[in-house]
Design a protein around this ligand. Structure first.
Ligand code: CP3
Length: 347
């Protein structure tokens, strides 16, 4: 197959498609028995750092379901680790980064040199995955957004209220901007590295953009997302911006150089379509918890989303956030069948 002819890439360019492409965020993960089996033998960070294992896990959901795109298996927190923070995943608790970055001294102590050198294992995984899936599916690379990485780096551990980064937003915005600018540069280099190694699209996850009030979103997250998309445009690979926080945040991204906006499950896709589909392809946005529901409910929700794009290209079906670890696998299978069946009828 011509490398540019994948349904996923055609939909991004809004070329005609016979059906809607689908992949899902966190498609490689604990809801898959084959992933859990591999994790009995290796811890999560080892899987990320071993290209053979990262490749195997990336391929697992493709083998089982034939998704229309693969996403590199890694984590957004490999960047803070490469900058010098210690990364641990606490069982049932989430990620911990230490020491937390709170002072100018902490910031000065972060390494910015050679971060991409330390992350060569990611480039190796990208090359290995590409050699396995070429002709079958395109590969998506990814990174966290500057603001999302800053939130993890500053908080250091899972948090409900994001007290530290939010206090900093108001008490010492210059400090926060210094960190965000450093991260924007590092993320740009990191995504360039993934693209040069073979990633055919990249997604930037701005999960914690959602904690910003709308009047501060552009200043602390949006402008950095746009800076990265601008810097990547010469590489001619589509950029997907996934920012949690609803339509107000997406509107702020309206003037970016990205090609796709990821729409979270809170957001009214019909409204986003009305306001932003002329400029962007849209990705999303099934509520992941619909997959706890019955077949009838899954079908109804899939149809509701697909009917917004009847006879139109420019939509990539996805969940509106990552799949949860206890989702029944047969419901994922059914979801994919339904997206294929119903979207074929719509096109
Ligand atoms: O989508 C994919 O299949 C690719 C792999 C991927 C992972 N994390 C694997 C992972 C991607 C794209 C991510 C992104 C990521 N990581 C985000 C942004 C997306 C989002 O969900 O908002 C964030 C915020 C993280 C940080 C992170 N990593 C958290 C909070 C956790 C712990 C929570 C949890 O689910 O356990 C992780 C760990 C993680 N990253 C796992 C996986 C498969 C689970 C690790 C395991 O126990 O096996």
């Amino acid at each position: 197959m011509d490398k540019t002819d994948y349904l996923f890439l055609r939909a991004i360019r809004k070329e005609p498609v016979g059906r809607t492409p689908i992949w899902i965020m966190r498609q490689a993960g604990r809801y898959l028995p084959e992933y859990r089996a591999l994790r009995e033998k290796y811890d999560f960070v080892t899987v990320c750092k071993t290209p053979e294992l990262a490749t195997e896990v990336t391929l697992q959901p493709l083998r089982r379901f034939g998704f229309d795109a693969a996403i590199l298996f890694s984590d957004i927190l490999v960047i803070p680790e490469a900058m010098g923070q210690e990364l641990q995943f606490l069982e049932d608790h989430g990620p911990k980064l230490s020491p937390a970055v709170r002072t100018e001294n902490d910031l000065d102590g972060l390494s910015t040199e050679a971060v991409t050198d330390k992350l060569q294992y990611v480039a190796d995984a990208v090359r290995m995955i590409r050699s396995e899936i070429d002709g079958k599916a395109p590969l998506i690379g990814f990174s966290g957004s500057p603001f999302t990485l800053a939130a993890y780096m500053i908080e250091g551990k899972p948090t409900r209220h994001f007290r530290h980064i939010k206090a900093m937003l108001y008490k010492n915005p210059a400090f926060l901007h210094r960190l965000l600018q450093t991260l924007a540069k590092t993320i740009t280099d990191y995504l360039k590295m993934q693209i040069e190694a073979g990633a055919q699209a990249v997604q930037i996850f701005d999960t914690w953009g959602s904690i910003l009030p709308i009047h501060l979103f552009d200043e602390f997250s949006g402008q950095y997302l746009k800076q990265i998309a601008y810097e990547l445009q010469d590489l001619k690979v589509p950029v997907i911006l996934f920012s949690m926080g609803g339509i107000d945040h997406l509107i702020q991204l309206g003037d970016s150089q990205a090609q796709v906006l990821g729409v979270d499950w809170h957001t009214d896709l019909a409204q986003v379509k009305k306001l932003l589909h002329s400029e962007y392809a849209l990705q999303g946005n099934l509520d992941p918890t619909v997959l706890y529901g019955s077949k009838e409910i899954i079908s109804r929700e899939v149809e509701r989303i697909l009917s917004l794009f009847r006879n139109e290209s420019g939509h990539i079906f996805n969940l509106g956030h990552g799949i949860l670890p206890d989702i029944p696998i047969e419901n994922v299978e059914f979801l994919i069948e339904e997206v294929r069946r119903l979207s074929e009828a719509f096109h």
